[in-house]
Design a protein around this ligand. Structure first.
Ligand SMILES: Cc1ncc(COP(=O)(O)O)c(C=O)c1O
Length: 393
C-alpha cells in the first residue's frame, strides 16, 4: 500500500471537505498517531485535546458521554463497555478493603451478586437494606460505611428508593449516594436534583433502545471522583467499542420520543391489566394502588416509567400459556427495546433464589415484568387481552 507521500502503510488522510458530515463518523482506530514527541507532550499535559490509544478514550465514546452528561446535568461522565462495567467502575474503582457498602435489597441480579460474592472476597463488607425505608438503612450504617447503592425504581416489583431521605443521611456522614437510574432514565428522574453523588446507567436498555448495543455510563458530582472512575475503567479495560458508541448515539437521538411513547402506553397497559379477570395484581408506580405511589409521585412527578409488572392466576402453567399466546412479543430477559418484552423473574433473573425467598419478594410463578415498547397501544392491549384470557380461562 502506497499513499501520496510515498510511505508504505500510513493511510491517506480523509479528503478535505468544506462541508461536514451530518452523522458522527465512526472512528474504529485503536491508535492515534502524533506528529512529534513535543506534540504528544502537549496532549498528555492537557494543553491540546487529542487521542492516543482507544482504551484510554476515543471520539465515539466522548460523543455519547457528552450527550448523557447533558441529560443528567453533570459533566465528566465515563462510558463503559456495559452497565455492569459502570457499576464495577463505581464500586471497585472507589472502594477499598475495609470499607463497607449498603446496597438496596432488590438491586439488579448481577449487582446483587457483586454485593454478595465479589466485594466480600475483596475485603469490602456489604449489607443489603430496603432503600424505601431510610430508618432501616440508617440502622445499617457503620463508621466504615462509604457508599449506598440503590436503583431509583427497582426490578421487578418497581419499588421506589427514598432518594431524598437517603441523600440527607449520606450528606451528614460523608457517604456517597449512588443511584442506578437505568429504569427511570434521565427523562423520568434526575438523581442529582435529589442529592445523589453518582449516577449510573445501563445504556444497553432504553437509552440505546434497540437491543443491539451493550454499554454503560457513570458520572459523579465531584470531578475528582470522575477521574478516579475513568482511570480505573481504563486500567481494567472497561473500554466501550466505537461501533457500540456509534449505534448508541444513533439510538439516543430518538430516546426521548421513545420513552414518552412507551411510558404513555405503560399507563394504559397497567390500567387495562388491572381490569382483567385472571390478573391477581398489577404493579405500576403511577397507579395509586402501588405500595410506593406517594414516593413515586414525589420523585417521578407524572413521568412514570415504561415497566409494568403483574401477576397471573394459575402459576407456571398459566405463565407458559401466556408467553406462547402473547403473539409478537418477545419473552426475553431484557428491557427498553423498541418492542415490548416479557420477563418472568422466577425462571430468569430470580431463579437462583429459593421458592420461599421468591415468595417473600412477592415473585410467584405467575409474576411477569413487562418492558413496554413502541407498538400501537390498541394492538398491544388486544394481545394482552387475548393472551391473559387464554392463560387463565
Ligand atoms: C438496573 C440495571 N442496572 C444495571 C444493569 C446492567 O447493565 P448491562 O446489562 O448493560 O451490563 C441492568 C441490566 O439489566 C439493570 O437492569
Amino acid at each position: 500500500m502506497r499513499n501520496s507521500k510515498g510511505s508504505l502503510m500510513r493511510p491517506d488522510p480523509l479528503p478535505l471537505s468544506a462541508s461536514h458530515p451530518v452523522v458522527t463518523p465512526l472512528s474504529p482506530s485503536v491508535v492515534y498517531a502524533s506528529e512529534t514527541p513535543d506534540a504528544l507532550d502537549d496532549q498528555y499535559e492537557g494543553r491540546v485535546h487529542g487521542y492516543t490509544y482507544s482504551r484510554e478514550g476515543h471520539p465515539n465514546a466522548d460523543v455519547v458521554a457528552k450527550r448523557l452528561d447533558a441529560m443528567e446535568g453533570m459533566p465528566g461522565g465515563v462510558v463503559t463497555s456495559s452497565g455492569m462495567a459502570a457499576v464495577s467502575a463505581v464500586v471497585l474503582g472507589l472502594l477499598k478493603a475495609g470499607d463497607h457498602i449498603i446496597g438496596a435489597n432488590q438491586l439488579y441480579g448481577r449487582s446483587l451478586r457483586l454485593m454478595k460474592d465479589d466485594l466480600p472476597r475483596l475485603g469490602i463488607a456489604t449489607t443489603l437494606a430496603d432503600p424505601g425505608d431510610v430508618e432501616a438503612v440508617r440502622g445499617e450504617i457503620r463508621p466504615e460505611t462509604k457508599m449506598i447503592l440503590v436503583e431509583a425504581v427497582s426490578n421487578p416489583t418497581l419499588a421506589l428508593a427514598d432518594i431524598d431521605g437517603l441523600a440527607k443521611l449520606c450528606q451528614d456522614r460523608d457517604i456517597l449516594l449512588v443511584v442506578d437510574n437505568t429504569f427511570t432514565t434521565p427523562r423520568g428522574f434526575k438523581p442529582f436534583e435529589h442529592g445523589a453523588d453518582i449516577v449510573i446507567h445501563s445504556i444497553t436498555k432504553l437509552l440505546a433502545g434497540h437491543s443491539d448495543v451493550m454499554l454503560g455510563y457513570a458520572v459523579a458530582r465531584d470531578p475528582a471522583i470522575n477521574e478516579q472512575m475513568r482511570i480505573f475503567a481504563i486500567t481494567t479495560g472497561m473500554t466501550p467499542s466505537p461501533f457500540d458508541c456509534w449505534l448508541a448515539e444513533r439510538g439516543m437521538l430518538s430516546f426521548e420520543l421513545r420513552f414518552d411513547r412507551a411510558q404513555a402506553t405503560a399507563v394504559l397497559l397497567a390500567d387495562h391489566l388491572a381490569t382483567m379477570p385472571g390478573v391477581k395484581r398489577v404493579l405500576y408506580p403511577m397507579r395509586d394502588d402501588h405500595p410506593d405511589h406517594a414516593l413515586a409521585s414525589l420523585l417521578l412527578g407524572t413521568s412514570g416509567c415504561n415497566m409494568v409488572s403483574f401477576e397471573l392466576e394459575g402459576g407456571r402453567g398459566a405463565a407458559n400459556i401466556f408467553t406462547r399466546e402473547a403473539e409478537g412479543l418477545n419473552f426475553a430477559p431484557t428491557l427498553g427495546d423498541v418492542g415490548t418484552t416479557l420477563s418472568h423473574p422466577a425462571s430468569s433473573s430470580h431463579r437462583a433464589l429459593t421458592a420461599d425467598e421468591r415468595t417473600s419478594l412477592g415473585l410467584s410463578e405467575g409474576f411477569f415484568r413487562v418492558s413496554v415498547g413502541l407498538e400501537d397501544p390498541e394492538v398491544l392491549l388486544a394481545v394482552f387481552t387475548q393472551a391473559v384470557a387464554a392463560a387463565t380461562s
